[in-house]
Design a protein around this ligand. Sequence first.
Ligand code: IDP
Ligand code: MG
Length: 160
Amino acid sequence: FLPHLVASLEQVEQSYIMVKPDGVQRGLVGEVISRFERKGFKLTGLKLFQCPKELAEEHYKDLKAKSFYPTLIDYITSGPVVCMVWEGVGVVASARKLIGSTNPLQAEPGTIRGDLAVQTGRNVIHGSDSPENGKRETALWFKEGELCEWTPAQAPWLME
Ligand code: IDP
Ligand code: MG
């Protein structure tokens, strides 16, 4: 038992991160994964997936009333996405910072959207906006048994 690796379990969050179809088509999957790996979060789920319309609608149900909703659903289902779950203390807010503002023209340089995208409707990546939604979206996109619990070899070099 290595107490320094356990980082009080209730503080550990999950963020559902998804490379959207434009990111996959543009060959940015490795770049995105690399940024999260280098930050030091733990990957616990990963798959290439063609999203069915019903799942896209459920994922974005809060935006149903928006004028861009139909084109958003078309966009998300237009090709494969890469679904991921990243885990760690503070991962949800940190991932949002790594991702940058929704409108890539307003996203800071150094962020994924700031460096790699120009339009809100082609903004490359999704990240959960709260720990609660991190859990909800993880359960929505991954079946039980698709997630891996593991201890990265670098854990003691990331957390004291
Ligand atoms: P977020 O992805 O930064 O959390 P949300 O406001 O939750 O942004 O919107 C979800 C997604 O809907 C955005 O990432 C983007 O793909 C799309 N979207 C949001 N606003 C617009 C818009 O004004 N035009 C087109 N697409 C939009
Ligand atoms: Mg959102």
